[in-house]
Structure formats: C-alpha cells, structure tokens
Design a protein around this ligand. Structure first.
Ligand code: FE
Length: 273
C-alpha cells in the first residue's frame, strides 16, 4: 500500500538498490476495483529523482506546485524531473472499469539532483508505434529503434523505454549500450529472454539482463507484451527516504527540514515544457 492507500505491485524498489541503478523503483497499478486506488497520492514532495508515469488503461489527474495540472490519459507518458523539488498530487481514475499503469523512478546524479524541475508530457498520438514485418509492435517512449526516436529526450541517464508486443513464435532483438542497466517487465503473456531459451518468463515478472550489447527475446506458443527499459548507471551513494532520494543523510535531513519550514520549493514559476 502506498499514498493514501493505493494497492499496487512493487516490481522493485528500496530493497533492490543498487541492483537496477539508475532505476530506483517500478510500480504496477493494475486493478478493476476502485477501492484499490481511489484514495490516490495526495500532495507529496519529490526531490533528486524523476518519476515516469505510463498508463495503459484509465488515467491519472495531476496537479503540482509549479502550476501544472492535467490528466495523463491511457497511452500517455509523463516524464517528470523533480530535480530541486516539486510538490504534487496524483489521483488515478479508472476507465471502462479498469486502471492499469506503471510508475518508474529514475535517479539523478549529484550534479543534477538540484536541477530546475521540468516535465515532458507526451500524448498517446505523439509516441511512435512501429509494426515490424513479423507483427512485432513497438511503442518508442524514449531511445531509438530502427532509426525512429522516441519523444522523451535529453534525460540525464540516456534511457531506452519501449513498450513491445511480440506475437507467438517470433524473435525480437534490440541493441543496448554495454555497461548500461537493462531490464524487462513482462506485462502480459510470456516468452524467453535469453538466446538459449533456458527459462520461460511470464507476466508480472522482472528480467534483469547481464552486461552486453544486445537483447534477444523469443516467443513460443503465446504472445508477450513487456516494457524494455535501459539506462546508464550512476554509481553514487543513495540516501533514500520516501519520495526523496539524495546522496547523503545530511541532504535528506535538509530536504525534510525545508519541506517542514516551507522553503522546499526552489522554483515555482512556469514550467519548461
Ligand atoms: Fe509522486
């Protein structure tokens, strides 16, 4: 349970640090029962990280200290760089009886932790969708596939964020940069995520790849739908409490003291959309 009482599946988080560096947390909200999420995430601060919300079904109403307010609709992505500090609320709403979405937390290096907050709000129709000859479908949120680049750019950890669907009995390959962290979160169906096809991995499972420069995936009798995410590790100390992630305990104390005394927000003007 998180926020004011939202039931969610934490794919990875605090206890896995630093295994997925630069990624801190991945939550899967998936429910047909409004009681699981209707309380939402009322006003809370973030500092030192980016939060990435991607909706498959339903929507999230959001509002923040910078003066942004809007709705993340199904198929949309909001890449929020909290940087020096944002205070916001995130309230999920179902659509046709279902809420389904993901929130990824991406760390920022020390040199960027106090950067000016910003948003990249990407609507569904701005996200390129590629259909390969073998009916593999790829939505490119960030990074590049076959010469097409996703709309989320200029992110510090140089991320790849793809939503991929592979039909039965089909291969899929994607280049990643060696030395980068790469993982897959299986949303629906299942498949094999190594060349040897050593182990079938089904829905709601995380696959963490070892270092290399290419990911090879193969389906068998069923299709698979997954998120493929990669980024450059930061390799710095992590001091994490709740929604704030800094490098040192001292910086964490400062952040919470500032939140208490009203000096948390360093930037409250118009956003840099
Ligand atoms: Fe938040």
């Amino acid at each position: 349970m998180e926020g004011a009482g939202v039931r969610l599946k934490r794919v990875f988080g605090y206890n896995e640090v630093p295994l997925l560096d630069p990624f801190l947390l991945l939550d899967d909200f998936h429910s047909a029962n409004p009681d699981d999420y209707i309380a939402g995430f009322p006003w809370h601060p973030h500092r030192g990280i980016e939060t990435v919300t991607y909706m498959l079904h339903g929507k999230v109403k959001h509002e923040d200290s910078i003066g942004n307010r809007g709705v993340i609709q199904n198929g949309d992505v909001q890449w929020m760089t909290a940087g020096s500090g944002i205070i916001h609320s995130e309230m999920p709403q179902q659509e046709n009886g279902l809420l389904w979405g993901f929130q990824l937390w991406v760390n920022l290096p020390a040199s960027n932790k106090m950067m000016t907050p910003r948003y990249q709000e990407i609507e569904k129709n701005q996200i390129p969708e590629i259909l390969l000859e073998n009916d593999v479908r790829i939505r490119i949120i960030s990074g590049e596939f076959n010469g097409t680049t996703g709309p989320v750019t200029d992110i510090v950890v140089d991320p790849i964020y793809l939503d991929v669907s592979i039909p039965p009995n089909s291969p899929f390959k994607h280049k990643v940069k060696s030395g980068y962290t790469a993982f897959v979160y299986v949303i629906e169906g299942g498949g094999f995520f190594d060349v040897e096809k050593s182990q079938f991995v089904g829905s709601e499972h995380l696959v963490i790849f070892t270092d290399g420069d290419e990911i090879a995936i193969q389906t068998d009798k069923e299709p698979v739908h997954f998120l493929l995410i990669s980024g450059k590790p930061i390799g710095e100390p992590i001091a994490w409490y709740g929604p704030i992630v800094m490098n040192t305990e001292e910086e964490l104390k400062t952040a919470f003291r500032e939140y208490q005394n009203g000096s948390f927000l360093k930037y409250q003007g118009g956003s840099e959309r």
